[in-house]
Design a protein around this ligand. Structure first.
Ligand code: NAP
Length: 284
């Protein structure tokens, strides 16, 4: 069979890739290839640095080369939308594609980021159904999470963003998802405007740098609510995750979302249940 796990890449090995700019820091190759090796699957996953100007040409090339699919990261997630032939609900509403499946019929653009966060919540025992959720941020990742949380049955969604118009725009796009109550807020004074949130999601980049301000005030990090942080810093926890741990507050860190968005993407490409343990070990 010539599988990668036996140290060979054969004429039949299917290629998968991550396109972004830059991509050298990514943990995705280690994560996906670990599962292919563990389960003796004849796939290999590589990183490809694509300049923004070259995105359409690169995508045509990946299709011409008959890759099975690819992941998309910064800065290409939005620019991928017009380059695919169909979009899943999460990619359509969020306006961001993180996974592409290459079919004979064309390119299918998907977004597994939100579903990844839902699975990470399930792993942490955080129930979403009927809950009041405060979403910090209104970018592509926030939007993908909003759609997935809507599908998971959250009761109400409060969107707070630095640029309030962007939050309003996201709210208007979310009406079709069936979330019962949607509201928009500025990032100021959330303690007063959203006092009853049961789940808080940081979908801003705040926490990428140690000197960043917390996305919510320290006083908001209480045992009565659970927290999810999209930010992933290899080898270190964000200040929000650290504070939640110190206070015994349930929290999902960005590395769990990274794992499960990858699990969902791999399932789309291979059509089988990925080896989650192997993927987890590779990024831990
Ligand atoms: P994006 O589309 O550019 O949106 C960024 C959002 O954060 C916007 O709502 C923006 O507000 C807000 N924001 C940015 N800087 C801010 C600041 N200094 N203070 C307050 N709000 C700020 O970016 P994205 O693609 O959604 O990515 C967001 C984060 O998610 C990134 O850090 C990315 O690495 C992370 N991510 C993690 C995973 C994972 O698997 N763990 C997956 C995907 C993304 P404005 O609208 O006002 O600009």
């Amino acid at each position: 069979m010539g599988s990668v796990s036996r140290g060979r890449i054969s004429g039949k090995t299917r290629l998968l890739a991550l396109i972004g700019h830059p991509v050298g820091h990514s943990l995705s190759p280690a994560m996906h290839n670990a599962a292919f090796v563990a389960d003796d699957l004849d796939f290999v996953y590589v990183c490809l640095d694509v300049d923004p100007d070259e995105l359409p040409a690169a995508v045509r090339g990946l299709q011409a080369l008959k890759l099975r699919g690819f992941n998309v990261t910064m800065p290409h997630k939005r620019a991928m939308v017009p380059l695919v032939d169909e979009l899943d609900e999460e990619a359509r509403i969020s306006g961001a594609v993180n996974t592409v499946v290459i079919e004979d019929s064309g390119l299918r653009g998907c977004n597994t980021d939100g579903g990844g966060m839902v699975m990470a919540c399930q792993e942490a025992g955080i129930e979403l159904s009927g809950k009041s959720v405060l979403l910090l941020g209104a970018g592509g990742t926030a939007a993908a999470i909003a759609v997935a949380f809507g599908n998971a049955g959250v009761g109400e969604l409060h969107i707070a963003n630095r640029t309030v118009e962007r939050a309003t725009h996201l709210r208007d796009k979310l009406y079709e998802t069936g979330i019962k109550r949607l509201a928009v807020h500025s990032l100021d004074a959330l303690e007063e405007t959203v006092p009853d949130a049961e789940i808080v999601i940081n979908a801003t980049p705040l926490g990428m740098k140690e000197e960043d301000p917390m996305p919510v005030s320290a006083g908001y990090v209480q045992k009565s609510r659970a927290f999810c942080d999209v930010v992933y810093r290899p080898g270190t926890k964000t200040p929000l995750v650290r504070l939640a741990h110190e206070r015994g507050v349930p929290v999902v860190a960005g590395d769990r979302m990274l794992l499960y968005q990858g699990v969902l993407a791999q399932k789309l490409w291979t059509g089988r249940e990925p080896n989650v343990k192997a993927m987890d070990r590779a990024i831990s």
